[in-house]
Design a protein around this ligand. Sequence first.
Ligand code: PSV
Ligand code: MN
Length: 389
Amino acid sequence: MDQVVQALDSFQIEIPSWGFANTGTRFGKFVQPGAATTLEEKFSDAAEVRRLTGATPTLALHVLWDLPNGVRDVPQVQALEQRFGIRAGSINPNLFQDQEYKFGSLCNPSAEVRQHAVDHMLESVEIAKQLNSRDVSLWLPDGSNYPGTQSMRKRIGWLEEALRATHAHLAPGQRLLIEYKPFEPAFYHTDIADWGMSSHLARTAGPQACVLVDTGHHYATQNIEQIVAWLLHTGLLGGFHFNDRRYADDDLTLGSIDPYQIFRIFHEIHSAKSDGLQLDVAFMVDQSHNLKGKIEATVQTVVTAQELWLKAALVDREELARRQQSCDLVAAEELFRGAFWRDVRPLAAAWRESRGLPAAPIAALREGGYVERISQERGGRHSTVNSYA
Ligand code: PSV
Ligand code: MN
């Protein structure tokens, strides 16, 4: 039981403010009466998820969606932190909404537009400083749609410059996380398309920059845990955006399509820890719940993450190492898969009870009436949708 307690006590995962808001696809949005339309409502929903799971102390914020007035909105966020007992988490700059970013932001051929984008990065760093948020988490939408229309090499140079300038403004202890994505919204080339590009940019930006792995941002069949192993080995793994996907960046709930993949990723992290590597990895959820109830989907996500983290913690790593060393393939694989098949739900329920949490968080959400209450209260005011999701 010690191992279980240690694994679950140490597991925390950040949830995104945008997971509580109305979102959809480019074809349409199905609004939910209980969706959060204000920052206050997002904090309130985050507090409910924390009450039920005990594992989500921080809320990721997206600058233009949550702090539309930039630094001037910081006092409002601080008041909400106090009121709801939830801390502001990673600060996500938004370089994809302004009309002037049609041909790129930090990589735009216009020096003026690039400067505007860098200014937004610096403001995001400042917001993070004032909120005591450690991580500024950059996802860059830049790229191009047609071969020959942009110089990919020039854009690398502009990006290096912009990230160095951003890094120079970080406070000690702050980090710049650099997320990659192979396509969308750009469909020919994306300026930060994979972990190699993110790694290079992190190295050139400075020692406080590292890589963020969004599980939805890979080509189909890519071996994500191998990427994680490389980033652990090179000391560049800064954090994750968890979600699941079947086709592209589907934003489905963690583990809904391939829970074994998340288990394999968690195993890499547990084994790096037991090998004595110094790790500082932020776990975050990046999902938009278009059809599932938003709070229910978030609770389900956190519970699934806890269970997969626990399964991976319980792998007998010493025995596995012996079987790997002797190349006893089937025995090694059976040990590994056996840990994945193990039903840890009773162990997780016992841990929850020992921590004064509901043993079955999804059932407790349904019984508690929170969703009904907010649906009634918010019902009339649900027209706001994030313009990107
Ligand atoms: C882009 O697809 C992304 O993964 C980035 O992390 C954004 O911040 C987020 O989604 C917005 O939903
Ligand atoms: Mn992401």
